[in-house]
Ligand binder design. Structure first.
Ligand SMILES: [Zn+2]
Length: 270
């Protein structure tokens, strides 16, 4: 089995959060990456593939997908449309030991022309307020104040910090809370003025769940005899102030999974 590309080890180590912002791609740049990969692997989302989006239910955190779909609508051939299966999970975190590939099987039955490709976009998210240079919050559409992003991750972090029982009845939030608590127990995070501890926690959570998700996608590819193209990372939500689609995409992992085998996709290929 090949190693999965880890593009941004320096930033993962949190030595330089500014670097993360510099390395992050605009949505247009990200789509160029997608286009290149699609040509290389013969993926045509409107003809022989379905998108699986694994992201937070917060609709201001899934600009990647909205942008891809919106751009496609402007294509001349309007008969083409991307087929999307939304698997919303709080924080965009596919909680290890709790979420499994079985919930993704329906998507594979919707692939057009009896083809065999799914494109998995797995993005967690975090707010970044450019004015205060603070992580974990941003101004949402129609607001003149910032609010927590990812709301679920920030809320759970605060509950864990107060050392309380997570105290939530919702199974999805409870499981995400236990997962985050275990991460923090394994490796405590120092709280910072600029909220970068939330960034650190979010990146750690992404990495852990990504390992689990890829194992689950291996099972999916085998069971359903399909090719799975996986792209994952972090969406940085920036202040809206009436601006559309100004979020940034920080790619962390990319892989092609065929018949239970993982092939590395390196940054150079993007
Ligand atoms: Zn969220």
């Amino acid at each position: 089995m090949h190693q999965i590309a880890d593009f941004n080890e320096t930033a993962t180590a949190h030595q330089n959060n500014e670097e993360l912002l510099v390395k992050a791609k605009t949505l247009e740049e990200f789509e160029d990456v997608l286009d290149k990969i699609f040509v290389k692997y013969g993926i045509k989302p409107e003809k022989n593939a379905v998108f699986i989006s694994i992201s937070c239910p917060d609709d201001q955190s899934s600009s990647v997908l909205s942008h891809v779909v919106m751009r496609n609508k402007h294509k001349e051939d309007t008969s083409q449309h991307y087929l999307v299966y939304n698997r919303c999970v709080f924080g965009g975190i596919f909680v290890p030991g709790f979420k499994t590939f079985e919930s993704l099987i329906p998507a594979t039955h919707h692939i057009p022309n009896d083809a065999k490709n799914v494109v998995v976009l797995n993005f967690t998210h975090i707010g970044y307020d450019e004015e205060s240079k603070k992580w974990g919050e941003f101004k949402r559409y129609g607001h003149n104040h910032t609010s927590a992003s990812c709301g679920a991750i920030v809320t759970l972090y605060n509950l864990i910090k107060q050392n309380k029982d997570i105290g939530l009845q919702d199974e999805d939030l409870k499981e995400l809370g236990m997962f985050l608590r275990n991460l923090l127990l394994k490796e405590p995070i120092e709280e910072k003025e600029d909220g970068s501890h939330i960034l650190e926690l979010t990146l750690k959570a992404f990495d852990e769940q990504s390992k689990w998700l890829i194992e689950e996608l291996k099972k999916l590819s085998k069971k359903e005899s399909i090719n799975v193209f996986y792209l994952g990372g972090l969406e940085v939500d920036t202040n809206k102030d009436g601006k559309e689609f100004n979020d940034l995409i920080f790619l962390k992992k990319a892989a092609m999974i065929r018949d239970g085998e993982v092939e590395e996709i390196t940054y150079d290929e993007m």
